[in-house]
Write a protein that binds this ligand. Structure first.
Ligand SMILES: [Zn+2]
Length: 251
């Protein structure tokens, strides 16, 4: 009996563990759309084992968030595997949103049980900060960049979602940049280009850097020289659609 080695989801690549959990476009949309706020650059070197080995070098504000994100990632990986089995064995196709929702539910259940075990002094996890969908007819662009200490796996990502939180497009690419601010600026430019390409007219932009949000809203603020040209591109791109708001979310 011949078995098709291709990934049933995308039909493009051979179905390896790394492809299923990291490389497949479906996995990328789930990971980036999960508000995990870390980027998985689409390079060959970024295997799951490599990502986990480099976890300590990813950008997180503190140890607690780092460990919460790792827990959430493990549930996302688990749900990606379940989503694959549903598709392969039952021909049931989970959407990225459904997969994200299941991962969050499992994460919350796990965290609640964990906190109960630790006692009342523990605080609830911060990761499930509410991502608010845009109003109908408007799209929301979330952008982010990662620059680990070992800059071999720096990358940027962007996701465009509609009022129902469904991803319209998502990108995640590896890119070399010197500082995280420049990375975030590059992520906004890439996201804007993608939004224009799919014909978005009304857009909300959300970044996780407050000074970048301020800079994009107010062109009298001086631009860091490293990001000057990219900011100019962004301002130009912003003129070709109606940007309703530029906000930032803390992470
Ligand atoms: Zn695939």
């Amino acid at each position: 009996m011949r078995v098709d080695p291709c990934c049933k989801r995308c039909g493009i690549d051979v179905e390896s563990t790394d492809h299923l959990l990291q490389g497949c476009a479906f996995a990328k949309v789930v990971q980036f759309g999960s508000n995990l706020l870390f980027i998985a650059p689409s390079t060959e070197e970024l295997r799951l084992a490599c990502l986990l080995q480099n976890w300590d070098q990813m950008n997180f504000p503190n140890k607690k968030r780092r460990s919460e994100a790792l827990t959430l990632l493990s549930f996302i990986i688990w749900q990606l595997w379940l989503a694959r089995n549903e598709l392969v064995f039952k021909n049931i196709c989970w959407t990225p949103e459904e997969t994200i929702h299941r991962a969050y539910k499992a994460f919350e259940e796990f965290s609640a049980a964990f906190i109960e075990t630790l006692g009342r002094n523990s605080t609830t996890p911060h990761l499930n900060h509410p991502w608010k969908p845009p109003p109908q007819g408007v799209f929301k662009l979330n952008c982010d960049a990662s620059l680990p200490a070992s800059s071999t796996i720096s990358g940027l990502g962007a996701i465009l979602r509609d009022f129902s939180a469904s991803p319209m497009c998502a990108l995640s690419t590896s890119e070399q940049f010197r500082d995280i601010f420049l990375g975030e600026v590059l992520a906004v430019r890439a996201g804007l280009l993608a939004a224009i390409e799919v014909g978005v007219l009304h857009l909300m932009i959300e970044v996780d850097n407050s000074s970048l949000a301020s800079l994009l809203m107010d062109n009298t603020i001086p631009t860091p020289s490293s990001a000057d040209n990219v900011i100019k591109d962004i301002r130009h791109l912003m003129n070709s659609l109606s940007v309703i708001s530029i906000t930032w979310i803390p992470r």
